[in-house]
Each structure stands twice: as structure tokens, then as C-alpha cells.
Design a protein around this ligand. Structure first.
Ligand SMILES: [Zn+2]
Ligand SMILES: [Zn+2]
Length: 139
């Protein structure tokens, strides 16, 4: 028995036979693949386009373009799209953060590491003991 189930397409709502837990029907899948390709082709022709530019020129939603970036689809085919650094919003074409944020993140990370090491080596020593001065009597 094949593990095909009938379910509603998440995009068009049509009932379709879902194989391997597919969430959208074949025609929507084909349409989506077409859109994805369109976005990739556009950026290939217009390197370093931004997400809004690409969305406007191709009619592909920014959500799809963002997903493509997430999946590394542009890098995969050697296409450079400009998107925002996840931290400061600076335009970047690769990775998640711009160079500046990457450096500062690295620095923070190293400082945190250093601090942890410092704290570990500066562990409180137990007092030497023997310095009792109980019973102070005065005659
Ligand atoms: Zn569909
Ligand atoms: Zn940044």
C-alpha cells in the first residue's frame, strides 16, 4: 500500500493525493517552482537586487524569496541577492549578518568565553583556617 493520503492543498484548497506528506498539490507545486525559478532568474540577470525589487519585478512574494534565501537557493546557483543583516539591517549578499555584526558577535563570543575562563580560574579559595580568636578576655 502506498502512503498517499487525500488532503487539502495549502495554497488552492483543492483536494489532492498527498504523497510523502506534501502540503500543496502538484499544480501549485509546479507554479511555485516556476515562481522560485523566476525570482532566481531575475536576480541572476540583475545581481544584488534587493528583496522588494525582486518581488516587484517578478510578482513573486517576498515570503517566497526569503525562503529561497533561507534555503540557500541563490547561493547554490551563484546568484547574489541583497538582503538585510539580521541584526542591523545593513545590505548583505551572503550569510545572516553583515561583516560588522559578525565581527562584533565574534568579539562578544570571545569575551564571554574569556569571562567564563576568568571566573573559573578565580574560583574562591577556601580560607586557610587556624585564625581563631575566640574568647577575647581582658584582665
Ligand atoms: Zn493547489
Ligand atoms: Zn549587521
Amino acid at each position: 500500500m502506498a502512503t498517499a493520503k487525500f488532503r487539502n492543498c495549502q495554497i488552492c484548497g483543492k483536494v489532492f493525493q498527498s504523497i510523502n506528506r506534501a502540503k500543496i498539490c502538484d499544480s501549485c507545486k509546479a507554479k511555485q517552482a516556476e515562481l522560485e525559478q523566476k525570482a532566481i532568474d531575475y536576480v541572476r540577470d540583475h545581481p544584488k537586487s534587493t528583496i522588494p525589487e525582486t518581488a516587484e519585478a517578478t510578482g513573486v512574494s517576498e515570503k517566497i524569496i526569503m525562503r529561497l534565501i533561507d534555503e540557500g537557493r541563490f547561493e547554490e546557483v551563484g546568484v547574489a541577492i541583497t538582503y538585510q543583516c539580521a541584526k542591523c539591517g545593513a545590505p548583505i549578499v551572503t550569510g545572516k549578518y553583515c561583516q560588522k555584526c559578525k565581527e562584533s558577535l565574534n568579539k562578544t563570543l570571545q569575551e564571554t568565553k574569556k569571562n567564563i575562563l576568568k571566573q573559573a580560574s578565580a574560583a574562591p579559595k577556601s580560607p586557610g583556617g587556624g585564625a581563631h580568636s575566640s574568647g577575647m578576655k581582658k584582665d
